[in-house]
Design a binder for this molecule. Structure first.
Ligand code: AP5
Length: 240
């Protein structure tokens, strides 16, 4: 992978959280404030499925039944995305890492690309009650991808996308059985990832059960203090 010049104000933000924790919602808001791209591995995969690319055909069942796409495929997709010029000053990552192996492989990619910049890893903590309620209520615009919630009041015409008038639909992996599997998978895999970032002193935890605007404010505050004290992660013993 090509080396990237060191730039003064890179921002590498990684959001962790259970399905429905608000990663996508926060990333969209933060990407606007910080002027860096929002990389959502879930969106990349759903786009492949929608376009019926070779990869999309291979992973459709895995994604729609709440399984995990193999690490190798995910890392190839990540490499492809990080090569794009809009990542030159950083990015906000949502959906990866999902396994400890992905976390270590991510470090090994960040080090040569963004020398001198350590990521800030934000973990959103949300009660299971709220997660289930949010996922049950989530509706997506099949045309532009905008995400809505049936239980938040700000939608002008319920069930209709404000941008293009399309009828909103539930996400195909938001049915109860698949949500149950996604939550289980998350609980099985998250501890070593959290320990890894905690050891490297780059992890902060935010109460994601608050209204979305408060969560954003807290994350932005943490970003400011992280920028003052950041150090690169030591990848010497972790390359995979
Ligand atoms: P992905 O798309 O990443 O799904 P996820 O991690 O399960 O997360 P969600 O998108 O469901 O939730 P979110 O935390 O983004 O919440 P959101 O902001 O939408 O991945 C999908 C699948 O792809 C995986 O299951 C896997 O198969 C595969 N995959 C992806 N990455 C992979 C990887 N690295 N390795 C292997 N496989 C991979 O919010 C949810 C709802 O709540 C919305 O309606 C929103 O409006 C509402 N909401 C948000 N914040 C608040 C708030 N503060 N208060 C009230 N409501 C809120």
């Amino acid at each position: 992978m090509p080396e990237r010049r060191e730039i003064n104000r890179e921002m590498i933000l990684i959001l962790l959280g259970a399905p429905g924790a608000g990663k996508g919602t926060q990333c969209a808001r933060l990407a606007q404030s910080l002027v860096v791209p929002h990389i959502s591995t879930g969106n990349i995969l759903r786009d492949h499925i929608e376009r019926r690319s070779d990869l999309g055909v291979r992973i459709k069942t895995i994604v729609e039944t709440g399984g995990l796409v193999p690490d190798g495929l995910m890392l190839d997709l990540l490499d492809e995305r990080l090569k794009k010029s809009d990542c030159a000053t950083g990015f906000i990552l949502d959906g990866l890492p999902r396994t400890f192996e992905q976390a270590v492989a991510l470090d090994s990619r960040l080090h040569p690309l963004y020398k001198g910049t350590s990521p800030l890893v934000v973990r959103l903590i949300v009660s299971e009650y709220s997660l289930l309620r949010r996922l049950e209520a989530r509706r997506i615009c099949p045309s532009c991808g905008e995400s809505y919630s049936n239980y938040l009041e700000h939608v002008k015409t319920p069930g209709i996308c404000e941008h293009d008038g399309a009828t909103l639909v539930a996400r195909s992996d938001d049915g109860p059985a698949t949500v149950h599997r996604r939550l289980l998978r998350y609980q099985e895999k998250i501890s070593p990832i959290v320990e890894h970032y905690s050891r490297n002193n780059v992890l902060i935890t935010i109460d994601g059960d608050q209204p979305a605007h408060r969560v954003t404010t807290e994350i932005l505050k943490e970003i400011t203090s992280h920028r003052k004290r950041r150090k690169p992660i030591d990848t010497a013993s972790q390359l995979v």
